[in-house]
Each structure stands twice: as structure tokens, then as C-alpha cells.
Design a protein around this ligand. Structure first.
Ligand code: AMP
Length: 187
């Protein structure tokens, strides 16, 4: 089962992905996590991505696609995967289709965690206060930019999968447990 978890920043994609990898014994591919690791290791990729990420902008598609293509070629993806934070542009979604076609594979479902955009700022501010591992991009100016980019560049990806009849929507305003239950029901 190959799944995309989709939603605005702060929708709870990462939290739900952790639950699903346990439940279905499949792997999570988070482009954000991979990029943060590169930043930490100060690789060339990490150094060039850091400023972009700190501003809440999107890392160029070519960089993202080379990360994803490499990761999807690894054998542990064969049993199924959850994409979290990817695709974030229509171009990334189209490129993903090409990669999967070559691998004789496909996306089975895209789960849209729908959250009222007004509460996102509150949620991420709380995440920043509660975690000891504070993300540089969890502050309100940058968050506003991330939401703006989500609306402009990322939301069109929803229509792409809607047309392919692969999109299912979950109400992301419920408790974490109820969102998890709703997702399991849909899969
Ligand atoms: P995330 O952890 O998914 O919120 O990602 C953190 C940051 O990494 C984003 O704000 C972007 O700067 C970058 N990033 C992660 N995934 C992508 C992607 N698919 N396309 C472009 N930039 C990305």
C-alpha cells in the first residue's frame, strides 16, 4: 500500500505517519526529515537547502525529486510507503508518477488531512513551545509564508489526485486518536 499524507503545515501529517508505519508496517518517507538530516550533517545539499527551509520557502523540485527517486529505489519501499510532505508542487506529483511507472508501482490513496487554516498558527506555536527540539521554521512570520506557499503551490496537487479518484479526506480538527481511526477506516 502506497499512501500520500497531504495537508497544510501543522495538520498532523508527521504524527499520523508515525501511527500508520506502526500499524501497517510500512515505511515513512518525509522529505522534510531527510532535508533536516542533510542540514544537520552540513552536506552540500543541506547547506544549500538551509536558508530556503528557514524562510519557509520550497526547496527546488530537482533537488526534491533526486532525493525521492533515490529513496524509492531502496528495497524497503517494496512493501509500501507513506509519503509525508511530498509532493508539494504539481510538477513533483507528475514526476512522481513517472518514477512509479518505471517501477511498475503506483500511489493507491492520498489522504487529505483537512484543517481549518485559522487554527494552524495556534497549533504550530504550541508545537514550538512543547517540544525541546524546536524547528527553526516554527515561528509565526515564517509559518504565514509556509501557509501562503501551501495555498499557492501545494493545494493544486489535490485536484490532480481528485481527478484520478485517489483522494480521500479526513477531518483533521478531531483528536489525534480520532483522526487515526478515521484514516484506518478509509484505507
Ligand atoms: P516539512 O517538515 O515537511 O514541513 O518540511 C520542512 C521544509 O522542508 C519545508 O518548509 C520546505 O522548505 C522543505 N521541503 C520539505 N519537503 C519539500 C518538498 N516536497 N518540496 C519542497 N520543499 C520541501
Amino acid at each position: 500500500m502506497n499512501i500520500i499524507l497531504f495537508g497544510p503545515p501543522g495538520a498532523g501529517k508527521g504524527t499520523q505517519a508515525k501511527f500508520l508505519i506502526e500499524k501497517f508496517k510500512i515505511i515513512q518517507i518525509s522529505t522534510g526529515d531527510i532535508l533536516r538530516e542533510e542540514v544537520k550533517l552540513k552536506t552540500d545539499l543541506g547547506i544549500s537547502a538551509k536558508n530556503i527551509m528557514d524562510n519557509g520557502d520550497l526547496v527546488p523540485d530537482e533537488i526534491i525529486m533526486s532525493i525521492v527517486e533515490k529513496r524509492l529505489a531502496e528495497p524497503d519501499c517494496k512493501k509500501g510507503f507513506i509519503l509525508d510532505g511530498f509532493p508539494r508542487t504539481l510538477n513533483q506529483a507528475l514526476e512522481l508518477e513517472k518514477i512509479l511507472k518505471v517501477q511498475n508501482s503506483e500511489i493507491n490513496k492520498i489522504i487529505f488531512i483537512d484543517v481549518d487554516e485559522d487554527i494552524l498558527i495556534d497549533r504550530i506555536t504550541t508545537r514550538a513551545l512543547e517540544t525541546s527540539n524546536i524547528r527553526e521554521d516554527d515561528n509565526s512570520t515564517i509559518l504565514k509564508n509556509r501557509i501562503k506557499i501551501y495555498k499557492k503551490d501545494t493545494k493544486p496537487v489535490l485536484d490532480f489526485y481528485k481527478n484520478m479518484k485517489k483522494l480521500v479526506t479526513v477531518n483533521g480538527m478531531m483528536s489525534i486518536e480520532d483522526v487515526s481511526k478515521a484514516i484506518v477506516k478509509l484505507l
